[in-house]
Design a protein around this ligand. Structure first.
Ligand SMILES: Cc1cc2nc3c(=O)[nH]c(=O)nc-3n(C[C@H](O)[C@H](O)[C@H](O)COP(=O)(O)O)c2cc1C
Length: 315
């Protein structure tokens, strides 16, 4: 079983991708993740100028889920230029640059600055659920706003494919995806964190996170990710590649997201659960499953559930 594939002109040795916000700050950390087997790496969300995150505590984990309100801290484009420049000198695997901003105009300015650094894909984070106090509802919650950001980024992104990172916290994610696709999105990352959610310390009777609420990730959100990926795949008729992200811990989880319609698999919280080796382990587990099932190519799996449903509906 060969896990490699080519997507929008970029070759990936396997479908695993380091998700945004997890270790993705420096060239050294991207290289380390690549050395542990990842097929690609995503930067943390990059702002035009320095942005301070939320005060501690920002993360709480159980074996089933993680709640985070890191608040998207970042040093700004100047620092990103140094780190991406250093990574590009001898790039082991493709780099996806994730950007964030507080207005349509600033998304465009940030995209224009980052695309000069020649990332393989641009990922546009319009869906962070834990900065609502600062910026209001994420752009991903409105089809019109999501399309406006997409259009503005596409105007300056040149040949670099633009992936819009969508939120599960909406009534109809398919509608939002269709609207972004019409505005020129080349692909989608599905999903950002769920919620926001809250956890309370029983003794103090206070919320555990200083921000009170945070985005939910990890194994508990996988069924939501699967449903959202299936909805986006259907709404875009399988024509836009999807980086399926949410709750992947094992190779079988990754295969489930492929069957729903993902072409690449983002892995975030599982890095804390299984260590950096999670990328190598997920690939080995995928290969074992494929060998047992006689699957020879990833394309047999991507969107496989939709083809199976179509066969059954004809019967
Ligand atoms: C601590 C933490 C920080 C994150 N930071 C970002 C970020 O900066 N930008 C972004 O687009 N997503 C961010 N995410 C969301 C992840 O990229 C991913 O979409 C989400 O966690 C679901 O995947 P998972 O269950 O594999 O973690 C963050 C998630 C966590 C847990």
């Amino acid at each position: 079983m060969d896990l490699h594939q080519k997507l929008l002109g970029v070759t990936f040795r396997n479908p695993t991708v380091l998700a945004s916000g997890i270790w993705g700050i420096t060239a050294a950390s991207w290289r380390r993740v690549a050395a542990h087997g990842a097929g690609a790496v995503t930067t943390k969300s990059l702002w035009l100028k320095e942005h301070k995150g939320h005060p501690n505590p920002t993360v709480i984990s159980t074996e089933h889920w993680t709640l985070n309100a890191v608040g998207v801290p970042d040093a700004g484009v100047e620092k990103a230029r140094e780190e991406i420049g250093e990574y590009n000198r001898d790039k082991p695997v493709p780099l996806i640059a994730n950007i964030i901003a507080d207005s349509v105009g600033n998304y465009q300015k940030t995209a224009a600055a980052i695309m000069k650094l020649q990332p393989d894909f641009l990922e546009v984070n319009i869906s962070c659920p834990n900065v609502e106090d600062e910026f209001g509802k994420p752009f991903a919650c409105s089809a019109t706003d999501a399309a406006a950001v997409t259009r503005a980024v596409k105007e300056v992104s040149g040949k670099i494919p633009v992936f819009i990172k969508l939120s599960p916290n909406v009534d109809d994610i398919g509608l939002i995806a269709a609207s972004c696709a019409e505005a020129g999105a080349d692909g989608f990352t599905v999903i950002n964190t769920v919620g926001p959610g809250m956890a309370i310390d029983l003794r103090s009777r206070m919320p555990i996170l200083a921000n009170k609420v945070g985005g939910l990730s990890g194994p508990a959100i996988k069924p939501i990710a699967v449903k959202c990926i299936a909805d986006v795949y259907r709404a875009t008729e399988g024509e836009k590649p999807i980086i399926g992200t949410g709750g992947v811990l094992t190779g079988e989880d990754a295969i489930e997201l492929l069957l729903a319609g993902a072409s690449l698999i983002g892995i975030g919280t599982a890095v804390a659960y299984r260590g950096a080796d999670v990328f190598r382990l997920v690939c080995e587990e995928m290969k074992t499953w494929c060998d047992q099932e006689g699957v020879k190519k990833l394309s047999e799996l991507i969107g496989g559930m939709h083809r199976e449903l179509a066969k059954h509906s004809k019967k």
